[in-house]
Design a protein around this ligand. Structure first.
Ligand SMILES: NC(=O)C1=CN([C@@H]2O[C@H](COP(=O)(O)OP(=O)(O)OC[C@H]3O[C@@H](n4cnc5c(N)ncnc54)[C@H](O)[C@@H]3O)[C@@H](O)[C@H]2O)[C@@H](O)CC1
Length: 482
């Protein structure tokens, strides 16, 4: 599990460690850690390193690292981009042989421009957790001058990224981010993660705060979370999932959701739907049973259009929602919920569906993304899994739990039917007894890894992902790091 802590908690943890240490000790450790990483990335003697230096402590880290690198014979230029600089750091860099120039917007020094164009490594020390989202006007064009071939290494976070990870704006794009002590939300949330590159956490001896605000399951977590049957289990004790999905129009959604639930390996799957998907399922998934009946959880709504919903499906879905059983609502099923339920509830919208759901419920949609998912989760007292390249799973605030953010899927998984497969896995895990937060985040992880396993490095169809789930779970349970 990777855990990220709020900026306020990080600052408090750093302040308390600062009080225990001699002055400048933490910055010294940060600069040494950063230098070690850069030295490992440099290819040849005389590699050209450009260090972008902002006015805060992030710039201080970068300046001390610049001095260390110059001492190690790298060819280092520091470019000052802020109104002021960390004085001790600047002095240290200068006396170790670092050349120093200033960035002036509009009339940027030709030496600075050619250094950026020829750099082998660019260290972004413009702003860290004290940074505001977006780059100030005078720095807007700076990233355009960085050589495409340069290895861009951000200190703590790519400058311009919102440290809280909620707002997207102009920023540096890093190949790697070296952060100190612990991850922060900026490194894991979808609004900013795309700019972070490889995340490298360097320990500088700061004690972790008690409660993270964002978590990410890793493959090693599957063993502890996935419901594995024991010798005394039978198909009922392992969980029965009811699936109300697909219809005469979207028959395939039923096949994909049910197939994924069956391959995810719960006790039994029962399907409720009209003749076309039912007939298809009888031939494609002979393990499924049909018609209403006892379940441990329901997956409702994949491939559904409320306007043309089958009356039997609607009445079974409404009864499920009125019951005390866990429910996952996907796609058209999201139209069925207006108020909090008294049972575990997982909603799985993509961004468009989340916006429509919020509008229908009268929730302000401004900003969208994770913040909107949180408002909907709070309003409905449900866990919201917001699908995307990075999938976030957001529990209601008063649950006091960190949200989860998963980035396990190849971009090839953006394909029709992938959501139906995800809903099937979520349902299987709810029926297996997991909480909506665990079920949603674990399903997102396995869904993404199964997509990669189904056709490594290439295009993938949703049905292949559904078939792959069982094999992927076996691999993750036995050799998670393979
Ligand atoms: N406090 C500590 O104990 C430690 C702090 N460290 C470093 O200190 C950083 C935090 O330092 P600060 O609080 O000084 O804040 P920052 O260094 O993040 O930046 C604040 C400064 O940057 C400018 N700025 C803000 N947003 C900007 C943007 N988008 N573009 C350009 N300039 C921007 C502001 O005007 C301000 O002067 C951490 O991220 C980390 O890199 C490390 O030295 C480790 C120890």
């Amino acid at each position: 599990m990777i855990r990220a802590y709020s900026v306020a908690d990080v600052r408090a943890a750093e302040a308390s460690e600062t009080d225990r240490q001699p002055q400048g000790e933490l910055m010294a450790r940060a600069a040494t850690g950063l230098t070690d990483v850069v030295l490992n990335r440099l290819g040849h003697d005389g590699d050209r390193v450009v260090v972008l230096v902002g006015s805060g402590d992030n710039g201080g880290d970068a300046l001390y690292a610049a001095g260390h690198l110059a001492q190690a014979d790298a060819n280092v230029l520091a470019v000052l981009v802020g109104r002021s600089q960390h004085e001790g750091g600047l002095e240290y860099a200068r006396t170790r042989g670092v050349s120093v120039l200033e960035w002036r917007a509009g009339e940027a020094d030709s030496q600075v421009l050619s250094a950026l164009a020829e750099a082998d490594v660019v260290i972004d020390g413009i702003a860290g957790i004290g940074g505001r989202p977006g780059l100030p006007e005078h720095l807007r064009e700076l990233p355009d001058h960085i050589a495409d071939t340069a290895y861009v290494l951000a200190v703590d976070l790519p400058s311009g990224c919102d440290p809280a990870g909620l707002v997207t704006g102009p920023s540096i794009y890093a190949d790697e981010t070296v952060t100190f002590s612990m991850a922060k939300p900026v490194h894991l949330l979808p609004a900013t993660e795309y700019a972070v590159g490889l995340l490298n956490v360097v320990d500088i001896g700061v004690r972790l705060p008690k409660v993270p605000v964002v978590e990410r399951l890793t493959r090693e977590d599957v063993l502890g979370l996935w419901p594995v049957p024991g010798p005394h289990d039978d198909k009922y004790s392992r969980g029965v999932l009811g699936v109300v999905a697909g219809g005469e129009t979207y028959t395939g959604a039923a096949v994909m959701a049910v197939t994924a639930a069956v391959t995810a390996g719960i006790g039994m799957v029962r399907y409720v739907g009209p003749p076309a998907p039912t007939d298809l399922l009888r031939s494609r998934v002979p393990e499924a049973v049909f018609g209403d009946g006892r379940c441990q959880a329901w997956a409702i709504g994949s491939g559904w259009e409320m306007d043309s919903a089958d009356p039997q499906q609607l009445s079974v879905a409404r009864a499920a929602l009125a019951s005390s059983l866990p429910v996952v609502l996907d796609a058209g099923g999201l139209d069925l919920i207006d108020e909090p339920r008294d049972a575990p509830t997982l909603l799985t919208p993509h961004a468009g569906e989340l916006g429509r759901l919020a509008e229908r419920l009268g929730i302000p949609t401004g900003g969208g993304g994770v913040a909107l998912a949180q408002r909907v989760a709070d309003h409905l007292q449900a866990t919201v899994l917001l699908k995307g390249a990075v999938t976030t799973v957001v529990p209601p605030s008063d649950a006091g739990l960190p949200l989860r953010s998963q980035a396990d899927a190849p971009a090839w998984l953006a394909t029709a039917g992938a959501g139906d497969v995800l809903a099937g896995i979520c349902g299987a895990l709810l029926a297996g007894g997991l909480s909506p937060l665990d079920a949603g985040s674990l399903a997102a992880l396995v869904h993404g890894v199964a997509a990669e396993d189904a056709n490594p490095g290439g295009p993938v169809r949703a049905m292949d992902v559904a078939h792959q789930v069982g094999g992927t779970v076996a691999r993750l349970l036995h050799t998670p790091t393979a």
